[in-house]
Each structure stands twice: as structure tokens, then as C-alpha cells.
Design a protein around this ligand. Structure first.
Ligand SMILES: Cc1cc2nc3c(=O)[nH]c(=O)nc-3n(C[C@H](O)[C@H](O)[C@H](O)COP(=O)(O)OP(=O)(O)OC[C@H]3O[C@@H](n4cnc5c(N)ncnc54)[C@H](O)[C@@H]3O)c2cc1C
Length: 447
């Protein structure tokens, strides 16, 4: 690919950011001679990154990753597939090629957890014992909880979701057909549960609107965003800026609406209007007002939870299962509240951080250092500050790099730049820099 001078300069800036990022994440490094059998559930972003950090530090490592899929996908790329920037094949790598040297891959699926017996049960290989367990199987994406929809039916009847690899491709195809329409009602929404990359549905709304504007047909379309919360985004500076952008671009905001069902044949979506935000299913027999919207193009997010085998295990107290069943770990050390030989990180972790790959980049070195401390019989002492980053694409060519930690504290990588401003430099980083940084840096434990 030939780069313009402008792109080269932006990439150089992005490279500088990368260097700062690597410097920041590596201050927990130390080598250890301790021994112990480590099992990691999930060879996704969190599992592979964690394995790489552990393999790097342990002289006598005995690490097994249990992962059923042969192909790994860079999920932040789903948004750019829909945007028509990435080809689907660009974001994939064979799982085998990502396994850190010396780490064993058991190609299987965990079906149950028995932490009181220090073992997990797999579908094909039966029980697998461990001394230390890392839980990293990500989110379960529950398309079936939206009435009228299944993952297989995505795209039919104009109902789209980029929270699925094929769904992202169909969504992109549909977006690019919109400018040819005489008129249209475009409806966008998010979900009520904790979700991975809460920014993704906002990005799709902005990208679609921008596509129409660039094609000179914006005035033919009505855009509405149904939001489950009262505000579009937290922390406040990012939410305020985003709401100002929505207002300027006439994307109507409807707060406190939860998607209930979609009728793809009639192209109608039903929402419930709620008195306050809530992250649990609505009680049976509720009488909340139903709002029906006819649409031509709909983008929605399915509810998400911890995978069933996690939610229904002794790792998660019964009373926490209704609210997602995320693994209760200490939000600083990432060590399980009850089982001191269990650590969870990534999307499955029950911590008040945003569920992103960027968060995992900071969690993995912390989790690895603390796991090694536990193996050595010491207290886990390295603390994760809740860092996460959500690159909100505001239009083709610009994005706002939202970096923050626990308690909505802003944690910008470049402190002297106002983070609540959309910039071309961040777009360049997102399109050209972040995926190589993911595959060649983060997953290798180098950042
Ligand atoms: C549309 C979209 C846009 C996004 N945009 C961004 C972004 O811009 N920036 C950002 O930082 N993040 C973004 N993310 C979020 C990011 O991709 C996730 O936070 C990250 O992938 C989570 O990593 P994980 O390892 O916890 O889960 P995953 O990467 O999902 O990996 C979980 C792994 O566990 C395996 N697994 C599942 N069940 C089992 C089982 N029973 N036994 C064994 N293994 C199992 C799965 O096969 C999978 O490989 C986005 C995500 C999506 C979907």
C-alpha cells in the first residue's frame, strides 16, 4: 500500500503512541523459576495475551490453552468490515499460528468447572486438572434473547448486527446500498447488559449517517438512536461531545428504551420505555410502555452474559447469575474472590471496566504478575487501574480516542491532547496501526 506524506506523518505519531503504550505496560516484568500447571480457558484476545506474558516470565512453564476454534478473529475489525475498510479475510489468523512457543493447545471446549476439585470438564477430553486456572472465554452473545431474531437470520429483513463476523459483512453490504434508496428510516440501538465495546453501535450509527452525507442523500433519511441508558456514553466529556455530534447531525436520541423484539418480515422493532436504566431482564408481567418503530435499516446489539458454563459454575454466586454471571474477581488484582488459584480477565471478568481488547492489553501483564505471585506463595500486589480505550469513529477519517479507567477517570495516552476531540490521527492509528499492534505486539506479550 502506498502511503501519502500526510498518512506517513500520522502513522509516525501513532508509532510514538505505540512506544508510550509498550513502555507503560511493561513495568511489571520479572522472571520466575516457580513451577505449576496452568490451564487457560479460551484462546481469544485475553487467553493468548495472558499465555504470552506467562511463558515470557516462567522459566519452567507448563501452560495449556483450551480453545475450540481453529481461526482467531480481530473483533475490533468487525466495525471496519462493515465500514468497507477491511476485507473479512484480513482480520483472521489461524489459532495455531498465535500460540506462544511452548504453550500447549488443547482443541476442545470446556463444558463445566469444578474449582473445588481443581479441574475443568471438557467436551471431548473429559476432566483436565490444574494447579492454577485462568478464565478467559469472553462473552456469550445471546441473539436468541431478542424475540424474532437468530444469529443465522442476521441481515434478513434489514435487521443487522456487527456483533457477529458474517453479520458485520451483511451489515456493510446493506449500508452501501442505502444511498440508492429514495428515502428511509434508520434505527440504531444498544443493549441493557454489559457488552463488549459499548462504542460499536454508536460508531455504526455515525458511519452510516456519514455515508449518506458523503453521497449527498442525507436529507432523505431519518436517523434515530434508542439508548438503554440516560446518557450516550460515560465518562461525561466523551458523552457530552458525542451527544453534541449526534445533535449536529440530526440523529435523534431516545434514552431509556430497551429493544424487545424485531419482526424482520414487517420491518418493525418494538422497544420498551423504562423509568430508569437497568441491567437485568424485565420482570415477567411488566407493564412498561411498548414503542413500535417501522424501519428500513436497523442495527442492534444482542444482550450479553458470561458463557453458561461459567455462569452456572461455583465460580459465580447464585445471586450474581441474573446480572450476567460475570466472574467475581478483585477489580485490582483480578484474583477470584473465593478461589485463590483462579484469575479471570477479558470480557468474562466481573469488574467495572469497559470490555475491550485495549483493557486486556493492560490486564494481562497485571494478571500474569499476580498469578506468578500466587504460585510463589506471595500476595498478589500488582493493581489494574481499570484502563480501557474505546476508539469512537465519528466519521470516515476521524475518531475520538476515549481512554479511561475506574471511576470514569480519564487516562489519555497523550496527556496534552484534549481526548474529547475527534482527530484524523486516531483514525490513521485505528485503520493502519491497531491491528498490527494487536497481532504482533499484544498477543505476543510485547505490550
Ligand atoms: C463489533 C466489535 C467491535 C469491537 N471494537 C473494539 C475496539 O474498537 N477496541 C477494543 O479494544 N475492543 C473492541 N472490541 C472488543 C474486543 O474484541 C473484546 O473485548 C475482546 O476480544 C475480548 O477478548 P476475550 O479474550 O475476553 O474474548 P474473545 O476474544 O471473544 O475470546 C474468547 C475465546 O474463548 C473461547 N471460548 C468460548 N467458550 C469456550 C469454552 N467453552 N471452552 C474453551 N474456550 C472457549 C472462544 O472460542 C474465544 O476464542 C470489539 C468487539 C466487537 C464484537
Amino acid at each position: 500500500m502506498k502511503l501519502s506524506r500526510r498518512t506517513f506523518l500520522k502513522l509516525s505519531a501513532a508509532g510514538l503512541v505505540g512506544a508510550v503504550v509498550i513502555e507503560r505496560a511493561h513495568d511489571t516484568w520479572s522472571e520466575s523459576s516457580v513451577r505449576g500447571k496452568i490451564v487457560i480457558i479460551g484462546g481469544g484476545a485475553a487467553g493468548i495475551t495472558m499465555a504470552a506474558h506467562l511463558a515470557d516470565r516462567l522459566r519452567h512453564d507448563d501452560i495449556t490453552i483450551i480453545e475450540p476454534e481453529s481461526m482467531h478473529r480481530y473483533q475490533p475489525g468487525y466495525t471496519l468490515i462493515a465500514a468497507g475498510i477491511f476485507q473479512p479475510s484480513e482480520i483472521e489468523r489461524p489459532t495455531a499460528a498465535l500460540m506462544p512457543t511452548g504453550v500447549k493447545w488443547l482443541k476442545d471446549r470446556v463444558v463445566a468447572l469444578e474449582p473445588d476439585r481443581n479441574r475443568v470438564i471438557t467436551a471431548a477430553n473429559g476432566p483436565v486438572g490444574y494447579d492454577f486456572l485462568v478464565v478467559a472465554p469472553g462473552c456469550q452473545v445471546d441473539f436468541n434473547l431478542v424475540e424474532g431474531i437468530t444469529a443465522a437470520s442476521l441481515g434478513s429483513g434489514g435487521a443487522h448486527s456487527i456483533y457477529d463476523f458474517v453479520g458485520a459483512q451483511r451489515c456493510g453490504e446493506a449500508m452501501r446500498k442505502l444511498p440508492a434508496m429514495k428515502e428511509g428510516r434508520l434505527v440504531f440501538t444498544d443493549t441493557y447488559t454489559k457488552m463488549k465495546c459499548g462504542g460499536a453501535p454508536k460508531k455504526i450509527a455515525l458511519l452510516t449517517e456519514d455515508l449518506l452525507r458523503r453521497n449527498g442523500v442525507r436529507e432523505r433519511f431519518v436517523c434515530t438512536y434508542f439508548n438503554n441508558d440516560t446518557v450516550l456514553m460515560k465518562p461525561k466529556p466523551f458523552g457530552d461531545r458525542l451527544e453534541a455530534i449526534y445533535a449536529a447531525r440530526a440523529i435523534e436520541l431516545r434514552p431509556l428504551h430497551r429493544l424487545a423484539s424485531i419482526d424482520p418480515v414487517a420491518r418493525k422493532a418494538v422497544f420498551h420505555r423504562l423509568p430508569k436504566a437497568s441491567s437485568t431482564p424485565l420482570p415477567a408481567g411488566h407493564t412498561f410502555e411498548a414503542v413500535t418503530m417501522e424501519y428500513d435499516f436497523l442495527h442492534f446489539v444482542p444482550p450479553m452474559a458470561a458463557p453458561d458454563f461459567v455462569r452456572d459454575s461455583p465460580l459465580v454466586p447464585t445471586e450474581q447469575r441474573l446480572a450476567g454471571g460475570w466472574v467475581p474477581v478483585d477489580k485490582g488484582t483480578l484474583v477470584h474472590a473465593r478461589y485463590q488459584n483462579v484469575i479471570a480477565l477479558g470480557d468474562v471478568a466481573g469488574i467495572p471496566a469497559s470490555k475491550t481488547g485495549a483493557a486486556i492489553r493492560m490486564q494481562a501483564p497485571v494478571a500474569a504478575a499476580n498469578l506468578i505471585s500466587l504460585m510463589e506463595g506471595r500476595e498478589p500486589g500488582v493493581i489494574y487501574n481499570g484502563y480501557s480505550a474505546c476508539p469512537i469513529i465519528t466519521e470516515y477519517g476521524k475518531l475520538m480516542m476515549c481512554e479511561f479507567g475506574y471511576d470514569e477517570k480519564l487516562l489519555p495516552t497523550i496527556p496534552f491532547l484534549d481526548p474529547a476531540i475527534e482527530r484524523g490521527m486516531w483514525w490513521t492509528l485505528k485503520v493502519h496501526g491497531l491491528m498490527p499492534m494487536y497481532y504482533h505486539g499484544m498477543l505476543k506479550g510485547r505490550m
